[in-house]
Design a protein around this ligand. Sequence first.
Ligand SMILES: Nc1ncnc2c1ncn2[C@@H]1O[C@H](COP(=O)(O)OP(=O)(O)OP(=O)(O)O)[C@@H](O)[C@H]1O
Length: 265
Amino acid sequence: MRNVTKCFNTPQGGNHDVLRDINFTVEAGEFTAVVGPTGCGKSTTLSLISGMERPDTGEVLIDGRPVEGIGKDVGFVFQTDAVFPWKTVINNVAAGPRFRGASRKDAHAEAADWIRRVGLAGFEKYHPHQLSGGMRKRVALAQTMINRPRVLLMDEPFSGLDVQTRQIMSDELLALWDLTRPSVVFVTHDLEEAISLADKVVVMTAGPATVKEEFAIDLPRPRNPRDIRHTPEFVKLHERIWEALRDEVQVAYSRTVTAPPETAA
Ligand SMILES: Nc1ncnc2c1ncn2[C@@H]1O[C@H](COP(=O)(O)OP(=O)(O)OP(=O)(O)O)[C@@H](O)[C@H]1O
C-alpha cells in the first residue's frame, strides 16, 4: 500500500477520514498481522487490498499492478461464517472449482483432499448448521484454500471461538499456510495471536489510521503457536509491541468515554 488515504461519508453528511497515508508491503509468501485499536480502519485496509473498496489517493498494488476490482488470486476469510448454509460441506468446499468450470467429480475429489487437511473427513455430507463454530471455520478455510489464493486476507477469522479452539485453529492455519505459502494479511485484536502466527506485525494508530511501527517476528519456523507463547523471545516481543500499541488503544478508548453521548455510540 503506497500513501493510501480513505475517507467515508458519514450519515450526518460529513466526511470521516479513516486511513491517512498508509504505507506497508507484504512480501510474497510472508505472513503479516495487522493490529490496532478498535475502529481504527483495519477492515477497511483489507477491503482496499481485496479490491472491494478503492483508495481516495495513493495506490494498492499486487505484484506491482494496481488493484482494480476483486481479483481471482485473492482469498478472504471473514469474521462471520461465509459458508453457504444450504450446501453440504463437500459442496461448500467444491464451490470454487465448480464456479471455475471443474467437473463435479474432479471438484469433489479436490474438495475431499482439503476437507481431510482441515480435519473434517467424515463430515462431507453435513450441513453447516450441524457443525460447531470451529468446524464451520475449518470449512471456510478449506473453501478458500482450495482456490490456492496467492493473497489471503483474514479479518479476525477466529473471533467468536473459545480460547482452546482458537489456538488449535492457529496451529492448523500455519500448517495450511505452509502447503501453498500465500501472502497473508491477518487482522486481529489479539496481540498474542498476531505474534505467534506472523513474520511481521504492523501496528496501526487510532483513526485516522496510519502505520505506527512494523515489527519483524524472528521466531523460528515451523512453529507451534500454542507453545511459542511461553518462550522468553516471545515475551520480549510482546512487551515491545504492546508498548507501541498501548498508547493507541488508550487514545481510541478515551475518545469513546469523553465524546458526547450522541456521538459516542
Ligand atoms: N462503508 C463505510 N461507510 C462509512 N463509514 C465506514 C464504512 N466502513 C467503515 N467505516 C468507518 O470506518 C472506521 C473504521 O472501520 P473499520 O471496520 O475499518 O475498523 P476496524 O479497525 O476494522 O474496527 P474493529 O477493530 O472494531 O473491527 C469506522 O469508524 C467505521 O464506522
